[in-house]
Design a binder for this molecule. Sequence first.
Ligand code: NAD
Length: 467
Amino acid sequence: MSNYKFFDQVNKAFDKAAAYTKFDTGLLEQLKACNAVLHIAFPLKRDDGTIEVIQGWRVQHSHHKLPTKGGIRYSMMVNEDETMALAALMTYKCAVVDVPFGGAKGGIMINKAKYSDAELERITRRYTFELYKKNFIGPATDVPAPDYGTGAREMGWILDTYRQLSDELNADGCVTGKPLEQGGIRGRTEATGRGVFFGIQEACDNAEDMKEIGLERGVEGKTFVIQGLGNVGYHAAKNLYDAGAILVGVAEVEGSIYSKKGINLDALMEYRAEKGVITGFEGTKTLKDSGSVLKSECDILIPAALENQLNIKNANSIKAKIIGEAANGPTTIDAHEIIKNRGALIIPDNYLNAGGVTVSYFEWLKNIQHVRFGRLGKRFEEDSYRKILSVIEAVSERQFSDKELKILAKGGGEEDLVDSGLKDTMITSYNQINEIRKVHNVDLRTAAFINAIEKLGNIYERMGIFP
Ligand code: NAD
């Protein structure tokens, strides 16, 4: 769809929600605007000695809170419009889950598969250098993270480049999603997918919400289809699968597979690691194209690849009762209306995939505090629990086994605390936006936008506007 404009789509959803808020047009226009847009073009010397021009962007959507925060995407679809839309979504997402950052996003227009590791490292380091020179990176200004096509390895290169340019004390906080040995945090890699799971689980555990769409309560036994088995998609699928949901379909770039009886996710991952594709996996039907499986019978459909996947062309064929938007912008505004009017529950991106930025926030806090979560309290908690347990043993017949003591007297380490913070964030925020949904009789996306606009508007109203 050539006339698809992602930033317009985000703004349309914003406008719909803004009608339910008290703010006047001028302030709303300010909330929507991207505060700073950087477009860079720099040369890459390829391994064969030829020179290629690389295009990149970084957009800081809102400076109402600093630093700004948002991932870096490597894809051929990256352009200014996409980066602006993704940066705006970051602002609203952070507001919804109460993460105190403004939104930002970056991207480099490359097909990763075409470059060697050494070339990707040169691209990433040069991009970081450009960001640094233009004041678009720093622990107090703008903090990138992984997104489509990037991961811990790229974040490690970014930190290392930044460190060579700056000797500031909090330099480790200039980027999140880093490898553990470079100041990363346990649980960040799986955070977005795990957050998607917590959000879907919370919706499914809500008997009233499930009744509205004609489903039983609980995740267990529900069938689901996933589009994109990357970082977010895999971890969302793995968590749902482990909780007893049945994976019936998977879409990847090379094609899609379906099995009514269920697909063994662990075996599929092994097969994919060996063959490089998901198609042809034993016990499944390989469908004629990647998008076909999105239209299959299932309770939950999770688009976890890219934007504009559920659109006017396929919306009428989508049968899922729950759409869990793990990707950013997977559903167009038109498709949203069609799917919603059919009676489905759409759990929107600006809430559902916020687990990544939430744990990035924890990582940034760890970096600027210079101490791992749990480092001070874990042993103290364990000793206290053991004392309580020994009192229980002394006054009762009960003697705890070593195994029981290990479980009952466990103090909170980094992994536990991060997971608990993530779970609490996803549950609390779901209930917050669900409440707004009911008060205004709107859909969850509109409710999430109302929530974000109210929080942002209240801050902007108190901000000094300089002449
Ligand atoms: P990723 O690069 O790890 O994985 C994306 C996967 O989608 C890849 O396996 C790719 O082959 C597949 N894919 C691409 N086009 C497809 C298509 N048309 N059909 C089926 N599969 C396709 O990326 P990711 O980090 O998992 O990001 C996925 C989405 O989640 C993006 O929209 C991103 O913005 C969003 N997101 C990511 C994070 C994060 O922490 N990584 C956080 C929030 C939101």
